[in-house]
Design a protein around this ligand. Structure first.
Ligand code: UD1
Length: 387
């Protein structure tokens, strides 16, 4: 083109300057972390093209599609369709399918969130190609190396170039592992960005439960919400049975709503434990969407869970949380929030629930920078360093 208008010249300059950041999601807890980051990156559309990769680690409609829609995440640019498998199979398959994407797209950085197999798999591919890795939710440590997520967290952090943290303790963990403080940036919690942005659109609990006949027994603020999917809780039939028996007892005092993760559903069926969840006071549901979950959480008397994200979301909402694990990688939810770690001992679980019923549970306060602006801080940092 011989003659170009000023606008055409500017457009062309912008296209040449525009860089690509590959953003990776794979499993359910990644979606709410990525949504606010993509939204902020899209504001910088003249400088950056966020290229969204879904590894397909979670593929059920209930574990995937409704989240994209409800969180306003654009359709992924590519879905690697890896599906389930052993951890090694899943990780290796993601790596094999991710490498050609980087060859084609040639990004200036790869942004990963959280601690799932997709996080470490894509980070490994990026580091071997010397592409900078930006890790959101870096530095959390449970100190429990039997958790697959703990391994994913430690390894991803070791090879990341920029480490965005959600709480102050994470920075100390990283420095103790030899990571330079200059690479660490405390930005707050992107999961809370999503929560605050979507709270008004939360679907009321009664709406989610309306097709369940037992709904009449469930009142606002008078039920417990339960989620459970950790291999350490659901893969051992003895532990799973004891946990479900405790829940059944609790449900005699307080009805329980239980959206069941596919892994847990499979285990309950295989272990012949279905009777324990088929009680009048337990409503078991398939996995629910993000806005349904927010609605169920905010109207609950308490939440019982082994999830990481729910420990943080309940702290933000001021709802007591009973964590069915022996440890947490998110200590601020215990120190400042509403979380109590009880493990899997039935007596401890029941005592904690009784205490919340009697006293209302811990009040808690909102941790520093859990203010809905974490993604803004992350993208400002990316702009400064990479664009
Ligand atoms: C993964 C994450 C975990 C996260 C959880 C949230 C790792 C190591 N674990 O665990 O950190 O808290 O997601 O949900 O990455 N399945 C389906 N449909 C699906 C997905 C899974 O039926 O869409 C079933 C399959 O039987 C599969 C099992 O669930 O084998 C486990 O799925 P997988 O993705 O391996 O791990 P999660 O337990 O979901």
């Amino acid at each position: 083109m011989l003659f170009m208008t000023k606008i055409q010249v500017k457009d062309r300059e912008n296209t040449m300057k525009k860089k690509t950041i590959v953003c990776v999601v794979g499993a359910r807890p990644n979606f709410m972390k990525m949504a606010p980051i993509i939204k902020e990156l899209r504001i910088l559309k003249d400088y950056v093209n966020p290229y969204l990769v879904h590894t397909g680690q979670h593929y059920d409609q209930a574990m995937k599609a409704s989240f994209f829609q409800q969180l306003g995440i654009p359709e992924p640019d590519i879905d690697l369709g890896v599906g389930s498998g052993s951890h090694s199979e899943q990780t290796a398959n993601i790596m094999l399918r991710f490498e050609p994407v980087l060859d084609k797209v040639k990004p200036c950085a790869v942004l990963v969130v959280g601690d799932v197999n997709s996080t470490i798999a894509c980070s490994l591919v990026a580091v071997k190609k010397q592409i900078p890795i930006l890790h959101v939710e870096a530095g959390l440590r449970s100190r429990d190396r039997e958790m697959p997520e703990e391994i994913n967290r430690i390894l991803t952090d070791q090879i990341s170039d920029r480490l965005f943290t959600t709480e102050r303790s994470a920075e100390k963990n990283l420095i103790d592992e030899g990571i330079e403080s200059a690479r660490i940036h405390f930005v707050g919690n992107v999961m809370i960005d999503s929560l605050l942005a979507n709270l008004e659109q939360a679907i009321p609990f009664a709406e989610t439960l309306k097709s369940y006949q037992k709904i009449n027994s469930i009142q606002q603020g008078h039920y417990a919400l339960l989620t459970m999917h950790r291999p350490s809780n659901v893969d051992d039939p003895h532990i799973l049975k004891e946990l479900l028996q405790s829940i059944l007892e609790i449900s005699q005092k307080l009805p329980v709503i239980f959206p069941i993760h596919p892994r847990t559903r499979n285990r309950i069926e295989q272990d012949g434990l279905s009777d324990l969840v088929n009680s009048d006071n337990i409503i078991s549901l398939p996995p629910v969407g993000y806005l349904q979950m927010l609605g169920l959480m905010k109207s609950a008397k308490m939440v019982l869970t082994d999830s990481g994200g729910l420990q943080e979301e309940t702290t933000s909402l001021g709802i007591p949380c009973v964590t069915l694990r022996e440890n947490t990688e998110r200590p601020i939810t215990v120190e400042q929030g509403t979380n109590t770690i009880v493990g899997t001992d039935p007596e401890k679980i029941k005592a904690c629930v009784d205490d919340i019923l009697a006293t209302g549970g811990k009040l808690g306060r909102i941790p520093e920078y859990w203010d809905g602006k974490a993604a803004l801080r992350i993208v400002a940092d990316i702009k400064r360093l990479y664009l």
